[in-house]
Design a protein around this ligand. Structure first.
Ligand code: NDP
Length: 301
C-alpha cells in the first residue's frame, strides 16, 4: 500500500489572512490555498524548484523529501536534465499523481510549431507521465514565438498539458502574445524577490489575469546575508529564507524555492505558517536594488 505522505505541512491547516501592502492589489491570501488558473486548474502556491539539483539521486531525494514535507508542486525544465528523476520520485512517493502539480519547460532550441510539439513529447516521455500540469515557454526567444505558442495551444487543446504559460516574458513580450494568442498564457514565471520586484511586468500580468510565479525567490542564496533582511528575520524569529518566501506568498506570487537539502526543504515550507505585517512588508519592499541572478530578458525584442 502506498504510504500517505505530507502530513506535516498538509495537515494542521491554518487560515492565514495577511494584510498585504497596497501595491499587491490582493487581499486575504490564504497561503495554503491553491491559486486557480484559467479553466479552473489549481496550482499550489509553494513549489520545489530543481534547477541545478542535478540528475540522479539528488533530484529524486529532493523531490521525495519535498513531497514528504507536504509540497505538492515541482518545477523542472528540459534543460535541467532531471525530468526523469522528477517523474521517478513522483511515482515512488506514494502520493496520488492527481495531487502533484508538475511543471516543465520548452527549451530555446525547440521553438517553432513542430519542434515545440516534439519537445513536449520528449519531456512527457522523460517524466514518464501521461500529462504535464503546466508547460512553459522557458524564454522569449526571438523569431518563432507565434508558431511556438500555436504548438502550446494545440498541446493544451489535446489535453496533454492542463495549463500553458510562459517564463521570462517582459511587458512587450506579453503584449505581443496577448495580441495574437487564441488561448492566453495562464502563468508567467519570472525572477522575483525583494531585491528585484519587476513591478511593471507584475502589474501587466495582474491586469491580464496571468498568475505570477517567482523564480530564484532566495536570490540563489546570494543575498540571504543582507543585514537588513537579517534584521527582519530576527524581528519575526524566522530565517532569512523563510522571510523571502513569505514575502512572495504575501505578494500573491506562486513561489519556487530550490533546495537539495531535506532540512532546508522543510524550513522553506514553514514559510506557510507565519505572517509579515504591513510595516515589515514595506521594509522588504524598500530592498529593491535591481539585483538579478538570472538572464535578463528585457532587451530581447
Ligand atoms: P533559489 O533562489 O531558490 O536559491 C537556491 C539556493 O538557495 C541554493 O543554493 C540552495 O542551496 C539555497 N537555499 C535553499 N533554501 C535555503 C535555506 N533555507 N537557507 C539557506 N540557503 C538555502 O534559486 P533557483 O535559481 O534555483 O530558483 C528556484 C527555482 O526557480 C529553480 O530551481 C527553478 O525551478 C526556477 N528557476 C526558473 C528559471 C527560469 O528561467 N524560468 C530561472 C531560475 C530558476 P541548497 O540546495 O544547498 O539548500
Amino acid at each position: 500500500m502506498p504510504r500517505e505522505r505530507g502530513a506535516s505541512c498538509a495537515q494542521g491547516y491554518i487560515l492565514i489572512r495577511p494584510k498585504v501592502s497596497e501595491d499587491a492589489l490582493v487581499d486575504n491570501i490564504d497561503a495554503r490555498s491553491p491559486v486557480t488558473l484559467h479553466r479552473g486548474v489549481s496550482i499550489p502556491r509553494l513549489g520545489l524548484g530543481v534547477f541545478r539539483t542535478g540528475a540522479g539521486r539528488a533530484t529524486r531525494d529532493a523531490v521525495l523529501a519535498a513531497l514528504d514535507a507536504g509540497y505538492r508542486h515541482i518545477d523542472t525544465a528540459h534543460i535541467y536534465g532531471n525530468e526523469a528523476e522528477v517523474g521517478e520520485a513522483v511515482r515512488q512517493s506514494g502520493v496520488a499523481r492527481s495531487e502533484i502539480f508538475v511543471t516543465t519547460k520548452l527549451w530555446n532550441d525547440d521553438h517553432g510549431y513542430d519542434p515545440a510539439r516534439r519537445a513536449f513529447d520528449r519531456s512527457l516521455r522523460a517524466l514518464g507521465l501521461d500529462t504535464i500540469d503546466l508547460y512553459l515557454v522557458h524564454f522569449p526567444v526571438r523569431g518563432n514565438r507565434p508558431a511556438t505558442w500555436r504548438a502550446m495551444e494545440s498541446i493544451l487543446s489535446e489535453g496533454r498539458a492542463r495549463a500553458i504559460g510562459v517564463s521570462n516574458y517582459m511587458e512587450h513580450h506579453l503584449d505581443e502574445l496577448l495580441g495574437s494568442a487564441t488561448i492566453p498564457p495562464a502563468v508567467n514565471q519570472i525572477e522575483l524577490h525583494p531585491f528585484l520586484q519587476q513591478r511593471g511586468v507584475v502589474a501587466r500580468c495582474r491586469q491580464a489575469h496571468i498568475a505570477i510565479e517567482a523564480y530564484s525567490p532566495l536570490t540563489k542564496g546570494r543575498r540571504l546575508g543582507d543585514p537588513r533582511l537579517a534584521a527582519v528575520a530576527r524581528k519575526v524569529a524566522r530565517t532569512p529564507a523563510q522571510v523571502l518566501i513569505r514575502w512572495s506568498l504575501q505578494k500573491d506570487f506562486i513561489v519556487l524555492p530550490k533546495s537539495a537539502s531535506k532540512a532546508r526543504i522543510v524550513e522553506n515550507a514553514q514559510a506557510l505558517d507565519f505572517e509579515l505585517d504591513d510595516e515589515t512588508m514595506r521594509t522588504l519592499d524598500a530592498l529593491e536594488d535591481g539585483t538579478r541572478t538570472a538572464w535578463d530578458p528585457t532587451s530581447v525584442p
